[in-house]
Design a protein. Sequence first.
Length: 325
Amino acid sequence: MTQQSSNKPLNILVVMDPIETVNYKKDSTLAMMWAASERGHSLGYCQIHDLWLDRGQLNVDAQSVTVRRNPKDFYSLAPKTTRPITDFDVVLMRKDPPFNMRFLYSTYMLDHAKKVGVLVVNDPQAIRDCNEKLFATWFSDLMSPTIVTSKQSHIRDFITEQQDVIVKPLDGMGGTGIFRLTAESPNIGATLEMLTELETLPIMAQRFLPEIKEGDKRILIVDGEVVPFCLARIPTKGETRGNLAAGGQGVAMPVTEKEMAVAKKVAPVVKEKGLMFVGLDVIGGRITEINVTSPTCIREINDQCGTDIAADLIDAIEKRVNKSY
């Protein structure tokens, strides 16, 4: 059912990966596009290489896009045209990681959108400032013991102290590059040499949390409000990673009282930074990461719990934009 908004219709530019690669059954960006369209907003579509500057003005080679709830025909695109970014009220920055130089340059481009009053979700400077692993360390009292270093000696001492740890790159995604090491592991040296690139690249080491068997829980925060349901990504047998990309099973469930208390400490901080849509990863009530680039899991939670998280986000965007008029 279409739910028309009572607010001014918005022009929303969605910066994303190629739309033809979208997983119709699971994609969170598609859910946002549906929610925006059903509220009467217009949608534009582009990829990061379609953003460009001309004498300090941000332009975009964009296509108007229509989205439908039809798995066999879920989008159609108009011809590409060049438009100034001021043609849009909102930019949804939904390019998936990796956060590489191409991604970084696109956030610098989007600073120009922010400068002329276009709302960028999430804020480009905040995306740069808040590395998804390192940002979590600002809430170290809510994490398991964690160190970040490139030096093998410090990590080995940490492994000896904690006995059972997870090591991972600071720019990884989907569970890639994550290893579990114990004091008796035979390949500590080789693993650390690879991850630290011979002690030239810092990595993160965290005490292993056995509660992973209950799920690596993704808790979503929409404009400072914690969604009361989360997605527990439960590892397959013999696996220590719960990431869906690593084969984990996604089971939606209510956020526990302990998890809610943790999330509510993070929520006002991310809101203040302009991070309107955030995915907080929690194991055993302890933060492991704070996802700010292109958080997912909307569809799984909606499908299992009857929520409409994308609509909540569009509602929050409408309030922000209309307040500025």
